[in-house]
Design a protein around this ligand. Structure first.
Ligand code: ADP
Length: 638
């Protein structure tokens, strides 16, 4: 019932496959050049080694079955032993290194995507389409093996195939050039150039056909990769539910496990006995695999018959038989893999294209190059001039004709009901989005003209859904590895976390979870909000923006913060967003947002005096709410 997706992937041309695979390799090289170097060395080394062993063993057998010279035998055995020892040593030294690099590829791929997200325009990050794209890439990479990093595997396999081809051919050329003696009767036909060409042609054909069928089977997998992902998600969902402690209550109360198990037991499901893959294995895909095996066996048969017949006719001795059979088997295995991998790389190219559609997404925000300089008195001034804004892809304007000037060093409150546009206003101020119309000025200059990083540095923001890391308290407050301990403590004290800090045996060195340290502590929502506030203070930027900074605090902690707000903010310009009006009264000026426009502006007393104004309406509504909830509460103080 969940197998709705057909999701056929387009097959790219060989040229496109080459271009996009090379591009992916270059990307990995850019991130980790030594990883590619280690892969190259290890692959060449492991591809060549078997042929060296084959060559040396054949020489010993040749000597044993021929001249049997003890001196020569001793030399050969001694040389083989020393050489094997050296090869073994190098192999153990490099294998570990190779494995580590190989394991790291998983994280590297994640890092590449995370880096892209970090340097994307915020408008793209905030876009659901980007998230769907990212989600789909992760699904393909993790459950279907259709990852970006698979190109490294292709690289290894192709390199290994090419090296084996050269090594194998150099050990088998003499099979075709050595002649059977003239007295071998009809077997002298084996010397004919035509026969030699025919046998080479047959061997190449059979070598090509076996992997060709595997590639065809792989194409069936690739075509159905979308189904594979969906089923993996359904399959994995039970495990995900089972390990999430925060979901444990609902899972038990509503027996969500039964629903999951029912879906997982569905015989028609992708991985089950009547499912898609079982059907494909019994049908089309199974046939391709069987044909591949048949041609692989056929190849070995032809090689054995040809080599043994030539040896029987007297073209060469036992040592060369060993050399040819081993070298050709090895060579054919590698060449078959080479063909197979080339085909698989082509099947995979469309997935690489999906990755690059994401990684090559272009930013459209103008990046200015002006330096941010302060005004004569060392301050900064911001002005919104007739700013209107609608989110990309939306018809409706979220903000309309906003005109505002921040008074330097003053506290501005932005209030309004949910959805009135307060957070969007802050997003424009921080240049996460550019206005659709109008202009925002910093010190009289359009903010788009400034260097983005520098412009951002004048703001310190506590967003509603702020993010802390699992690193230490000090590192969180300072947003860096090194920090000024005394200043961190001072900021924590101002933010109201002094008592809690005293109770932490490791103080600012305490980790904010157990992820990186057993001694880590889990802070409450309110404590985390205070840490976020301390981080804002530590940054010491001229503008402080607080988006509902006390939402997770209990009323006592909230009152405590407000009572010393002036001390906290000092001489900075503060913009404070809230839908709780009582918490805005300490501000010098209040801006009332309604349906995306500023409908009123003024002081608390002034606004309250306008009885038919929005502010009065909101204030009264909140006051009533509080009084109906608790008759003991103060009527004029919501
Ligand atoms: P507030 O902060 O006052 O609650 P917001 O600025 O968050 O209001 O939202 C204002 C309006 O913009 C809402 O109708 C909201 O649904 C819409 N909005 C917010 N973010 C986006 C977005 N990324 N894409 C489209 N619309 C959005």
């Amino acid at each position: 019932m969940y197998e709705k997706k057909k999701n056929k992937k387009e097959l790219l041309s060989w040229k496109e496959t080459w271009i996009i695979t090379r591009k992916a390799l270059k990307l990995f090289y850019h991130y980790r050049p030594h990883m590619l170097f280690i892969h190259t060395f290890y692959t060449i080394y492991t591809a060549i080694t078997p042929f060296i062993h084959i060559y040396l063993s054949a020489r010993i057998i040749e000597e044993l079955s021929g001249a049997r010279n003890p001196q020569r035998l001793m030399e050969l055995v001694g040389f083989t032993l020393i050489f094997s020892l050296l090869l073994g040593l190098v192999s153990s030294l490099t294998r570990r290194h190779f494995r580590v690099e190989d394991q790291f590829l998983y994280w590297l791929e994640r890092q590449i995507r995370a880096d892209k997200m970090m340097c994307m325009d915020y408008s793209l990050v905030d876009n659901t389409q980007t998230h769907e794209q990212l989600e789909s890439l992760e699904q393909y990479a993790n459950s279907g093996g259709r990852s970006l990093r698979r190109v490294i595997w292709f690289y290894d396999m192709i390199l290994s195939g090419v090296i084996s081809l050269f090594s194998g051919v150099s050990l088998t050329v003499s099979l075709f050039t050595s002649k059977v003696p003239e007295n071998a009767g009809p077997l002298t036909a084996l010397n004919s150039p035509l026969f030699i060409l025919l046998i080479i042609g047959v061997l190449l054909g059979v070598t090509y056909l076996s992997p060709l069928f595997v590639v065809k089977a792989d194409a069936v997998w690739a075509e159905n990769a979308g189904n594979h992902n969906l089923s993996n998600r359904l399959f994995g969902f039970y495990g995900y539910l089972g390990k999430r402690t925060d979901k444990a209550e609902d899972v038990r109360m509503y027996r969500q496990d039964i629903l999951c198990q029912k879906i997982n037991a569905d015989k028609e499901g992708t991985f089950h006995s009547n499912g898609l893959y079982a059907k494909l294995s019994r049908g089309k895909m199974g046939v391709w695999y069987v044909l591949s095996s048949i041609f692989s066996i056929l190849f070995s048969g032809i090689v054995y018959v040809f080599v043994c017949t030539k040896a029987w006719a007297g073209a060469f001795g036992l040592g060369m038989v060993t050399q040819y059979i081993s070298a050709i088997s090895n060579l054919s295995g590698k060449v078959a893999s080479l063909f197979q991998v080339l085909g698989q790389a082509r099947n995979h190219a469309s997935f690489l294209k999906m990755n690059f559609d994401f990684l090559d997404m272009e930013n459209s925000m103008y990046q200015g190059d002006m330096k941010v300089t302060s005004l004569d008195n060392g301050t900064h001034e911001i002005e919104f001039k007739d700013v209107s804004f609608r989110y990309p892809g939306c018809e409706q304007y979220t903000l309309r004709h906003i005109n505002l000037k921040f008074q330097v060093g003053k506290r501005l409150a932005v209030v309004g009901q949910n959805g009135s546009g307060k957070t969007t206003f802050i997003k424009l101020l921080c240049r996460l989005y550019d206005p659709t119309e109008g202009v925002i000025l910093l010190n009289g200059v359009d903010i788009r003209q400034y260097r983005y990083e520098e412009y951002l540095s004048i703001f310190s923001v506590v967003f509603q859904d702020f993010t802390l890391t699992d690193f230490t308290l000090g590192q969180n407050v300072a947003s860096g590895e090194e920090y000024d301990k005394a200043r961190v403590e001072e900021c924590l004290k101002k933010a109201g976390l002094e008592e809690r800090l005293k109770n932490l045996p490791l103080g600012t060195e305490t980790y904010l979870s157990k992820t990186f340290s057993k001694e880590g502590v889990d802070m409450s929502g309110g404590e985390k909000q205070k840490i976020a506030l301390a981080r804002t203070l530590y940054k010491n930027a001229p503008f402080i923006i607080l988006d509902e900074p006390t939402a997770a605090l209990d009323p006592i902690a909230e009152a405590e913060i407000y009572s010393k707000f002036n001390e906290i903010i000092e001489d900075k310009t503060a913009i404070y967003i809230s839908h709780r009006l009582s918490s805005c009264r300490f501000c010098d000026e209040i801006c009332v947002f309604d349906k995306g426009t500023v409908v009123q502006q003024g002081s608390h007393e002034g606004l309250l005096a306008v009885e038919n104004g929005k502010y009065h309406e909101l204030w009264t509504a909140q006051a009533q709410y509080y009084t109906s909830e608790n008759t003991a509460s103060v009527q004029t103080q919501p």
